[in-house]
Write a protein that binds this ligand. Structure first.
Ligand SMILES: C[S@@+](CC[C@H](N)C(=O)[O-])C[C@H]1O[C@@H](n2cnc3c(N)ncnc32)[C@H](O)[C@@H]1O
Length: 453
């Protein structure tokens, strides 16, 4: 009989637990940093000032095994899901220190990757520590064999779903929907097409069910009755989102929900209610967003003589307050249906004779053509997604726009883009962190660039 050579399976040596090691930093993803003769390691849950033991679990990462001496600003995380849920990864750090840390991260990334730093910082702006999220996406997993449902958030560093029935950062109105939703979903035939659930709490609360491979005509009477009973008991509207990206109201209030934006000057405050389609972007934290819009507008200082270019405009959170000052506005957004909504919002909020134009363009393309290419813009505001605005900042620099207000939700891409603007002759006059996502490592920053003449 032929003998087949089989190499002995290599046994992985069990990971070694480190000696007691001091944590010396906190990175922009909220991970503690240790430095040893073998290199740097990033460790979830560790804080600068902790003395810890850890085990390596990746090329640059390690797992926290024991906190031998806790850092001065370490606190007991109040959420019972903290150990498993990947959501609020800075709950173990005192809130005021979270904000100091966020500013420090942006400062260091700007120094390191942009080779520049702001001439001044304003202290971080903070709002409510909990109960602030008015928009959230919940992952769903239905185990048909066991007939069990998981509705919640992804676990730390994993695709696993942690079932959550109480989330401390959700607006209470949304938090109270979690248990009833966990009871509702297993009753629905359409559960097998359900990809995820989104919750919105701006005007009418909305539950959006994201369905894959599904036809509206397939909604059966039992499902419709269950959804209607839920919508009525919980005072919510239920919407479906289809593969096309289109969202449709199914039961409950059929009109579009609305979010608020405003412009405030010493003389007056003007508030606008902007319709939006569930599934499209709205800022997650209503109070911080409203504050941020005011701050960005104070720095932008729109005047009726200005022509302002706004990039990544969404449905008008900044655009409507800017155009309300009488400044001429060209607002660019990538998603076609949001551009349409933005133009309608401008028309409805500001009435006849306003000077706001919404246009569609993919700002991730290296070349973006704006209408009336000869237009001289006096100021610009941009608010990109996490991937930043690599090509868009090149456009702004090419147009030689004297003042740029950059609203960023990702400090690493902000630093990259700031580096480019710095090379093109811009300085950072002022910066401020807005704590839009307390308890998490996510960092929102407003940065004011001025072009050296
Ligand atoms: C962070 S949101 C800001 C929206 C708006 N400023 C607000 O406060 O509601 C980013 C916006 O950029 C849009 N966007 C993302 N990628 C884009 C692209 N490649 N080109 C143009 N717009 C894009 C998104 O649709 C979204 O509306």
């Amino acid at each position: 009989m032929a003998q087949i050579y089989r190499p002995a399976k290599r046994r992985q040596a069990p990971a070694k637990t480190s000696d007691p090691t001091p944590v010396v930093g906190l990175d922009h993803q909220g991970r503690g940093v240790v430095r040893t003769s073998q290199g740097t390691r990033f460790i979830d849950g560790a804080l600068p000032g902790d003395m810890i033991r850890y085990q390596n679990d990746g090329k640059y990462t390690a797992r926290l095994i024991q906190i031998m001496t806790p850092a001065e600003h370490r606190v007991e995380p109040p959420c019972s899901f903290y150990q498993q849920c990947g959501g609020c990864d800075l709950q173990h750090l005192e809130l005021s220190q979270q904000r100091i840390h966020k500013q420090q991260v942006v400062h260091e990334l700007l120094q390191k990757f942009a080779g520049t730093e702001p001439e001044s910082w304003l202290p971080p702006h903070g709002g409510d520590a909990f109960g602030y999220r008015r928009r959230s996406r919940l992952a769903v997993h239905w185990n048909a064999k066991r007939q069990t449902l998981k509705l919640g958030f992804r676990a730390k560093q994993s695709k696993e779903i942690v079932a959550i029935n109480d989330c401390m950062v959700l607006e209470p109105l949304l938090n109270k929907l979690l248990r009833p939703l966990q009871a509702l979903l297993p009753q629905l035939t359409l559960l097998r097409w359900l990809g995820h659930v989104e919750l919105y709490a701006a005007s009418t609360p909305v539950v959006l069910l994201r369905l894959s491979d599904w036809q509206v005509t397939a909604l059966n009477d039992d499902d419709r009755a269950s959804l209607a009973a839920f919508a009525s008991a919980q005072s919510v509207a239920i919407w479906f989102q289809l593969d096309t990206g289109e969202s449709i109201p199914v039961v409950g209030e059929q009109a579009l929900p609305r979010y608020l934006t405003a412009i405030e000057t010493a003389a007056k405050r003007q508030q606008f209610e902007l319709p939006y389609t569930p599934g499209d972007f709205i800022q997650a934290n209503a109070a911080s967003s409203e504050w941020m819009v005011q701050q960005a507008l104070r720095w932008l200082d729109p005047q009726p003589t200005d022509t302002i270019l706004e990039l990544y405009a969404g449905t008008g959170n900044f655009s409507i307050p800017i155009a309300a000052t009488g400044a001429k506005l060209v607002a660019v957004e990538g998603v076609g249906r949001m551009v349409q909504r933005l133009q309608e919002n401008l028309n409805q909020a500001l009435g006849q004779g306003h000077t706001g134009t919404a246009i569609q363009a993919d700002l991730n393309q290296p070349v973006v053509t704006l209408p009336n290419e000869e237009t001289r813009y006096s100021k610009a505001l941009l608010d990109p997604a996490r991937s930043g605005a690599q090509h868009a900042v090149a456009l702004l620099a090419k147009l030689q726009i004297p003042r740029i207000i950059y609203v960023s939700c990702a400090p690493d891409t902000l630093a990259r883009d700031a580096g480019y603007l710095h090379e093109q002759g811009y300085r950072i006059k002022l910066a401020q962190v807005v704590d839009m996502f307390p308890q998490t490592h996510h960092i929102e920053t407003i940065v004011w660039f001025e072009r050296e003449s």
